[in-house]
Write a protein that binds this ligand. Structure first.
Ligand code: SF4
Ligand code: SF4
Length: 368
């Protein structure tokens, strides 16, 4: 199998080169300057962070990347699509306000925020996927489809539904419009283990769809007719009582995400960057963040999003568990992500990415 190149730098720096300069050197070395960006609309696909979460990427990284693109003659913009669940990023007005609140303004990053699927999350394009196993048309936010070049700027961390949140998740799930996200989540519904549930009600407060309620027996229940499969209740429960039957559905979810990611990047140039810092136990979609599971590791960049995700997971799994984190004292068996979210299988993201010919799990890590 042909190995893809993943370029990597740690976060060490000196007076001679600060971290933004080091990031710029990484972009150059990894080949971003070789892309023809002149006069191109360049979508920087990222996650602005749900207000309340402080683990999202610093806006300074977006500015450094946008400056690099502009120096190549490109016309960058920051973009994400609206969420499926009710929060602070469910329509374009609230989403832009959340982005600004978290520091992603044109003044701080030098480029505009465009919500990919428009005011109400309905401005999408059905991108045909003749080779899709689960999806024959992916509903992608129009601004992403209209861009000439797509760059995913990812915060690498855990995710409640997919184990890892990296490039494929950012592109696939993140690029889907509301209709697209609903189609991806449709096969996954958590349920409650009543032996573990103590009826505290935290999951019901987290559920924005009224799907999770407390019964007369003081146990939580999930109504599959109302549940949209967003997974927020899973992270809300301190007793691990919200569980997903992630046998077949997990494979299906990872498969759909990979197919959506393919719909985002096919037919145009793309490039992928992951920051392995603040590796929090949960997605940045939650309005909170717990102590990172490992120390900050570095920045990785590649033309191959599959290799990039695999490399980032391997780097995390090779690092010692942070003794202040929720995994302190837990035998992770060398796999942070499965230890954190036992019903997920992050490796399937990589397998499904390969199936969609998005890249290769075989990689060479080039340290700069
Ligand atoms: S958060 Fe967990 S323990 Fe509390 S009601 Fe929900 S399932 Fe039960
Ligand atoms: S029950 Fe859980 S997964 Fe379903 S919509 Fe509510 S929070 Fe999301």
């Amino acid at each position: 199998m042909k190995k893809s190149l993943v370029y990597f730098t740690d976060f060490r720096c000196s007076d001679a080169e600060n971290l933004q300069q080091k990031f710029t050197r990484l972009l150059k070395t990894a080949g971003l300057a070789k892309l023809d960006l002149a006069d191109k609309f360049v979508a920087i696909k990222m996650h602005f962070g749900e207000p309340g979460c402080l683990a999202y990427l610093r806006p300074n990284w977006a500015k450094t990347l946008a400056d690099f693109i502009k120096a190549q003659g490109g016309r960058p913009f920051l973009t994400d699509a609206n969420t499926l669940y009710v929060g602070r990023r469910k329509d374009a007005l609230e989403h832009i306000a959340a982005a600004y609140e978290n520091g992603f303004s044109p003044f701080s990053t030098g480029c505009h925020v465009i919500i990919a699927d428009g005011l109400r999350g309905t401005d999408d394009v059905a991108v045909p996927l003749p080779d899709g196993k689960y999806v024959k048309a992916a509903y992608i936010g129009r601004a992403l489809v209209d861009a000439d070049v797509v760059i995913s700027l990812n915060h690498f961390k855990c995710h409640e539904m997919t184990g890892i949140g990296g490039a494929l998740k950012n592109l696939g799930m993140g690029g889907g419009s509301r209709a697209g996200k609903k189609a991806m989540h449709s096969s996954v519904h958590p349920s409650i283990d009543h032996d573990l549930c103590i009826g505290c009600g935290r999951c019901t407060r987290e559920c924005a769809h009224g799907a999770c309620t407390i019964g007369k027996d003081r146990k939580a229940n999930i109504d599959p007719k109302k549940c949209v499969g967003c997974g927020r209740c899973i992270g809300a429960c301190n007793r691990d009582a919200v569980v997903s039957d992630f046998g077949t559905p997990c494979t299906v979810l990872q498969g759909k995400i990979a197919e959506y990611a393919a719909a985002v990047v096919r037919g145009r140039e793309s490039f992928h960057i992951s920051f392995i810092c603040d590796v929090s136990p949960h997605c940045d979609c939650r309005p909170m963040n717990d102590v990172p599971l490992v120390n900050d590791i570095g920045i990785a960049a590649s033309a191959d999003p599959v290799a990039l995700d695999k490399a980032c997971a391997d780097l995390c799994n090779a690092a010692p568990v942070n003794p202040s984190s929720c995994l302190a004292g837990v035998d992770t068996k060398g796999d942070l992500f499965t230890a954190m979210h036992p019903s997920t299988r992050w490796q399937e993201a990589v397998t499904e990415g390969e199936r969609m010919k998005l890249g290769s799990s075989a990689y060479t890590l080039k340290r700069i």
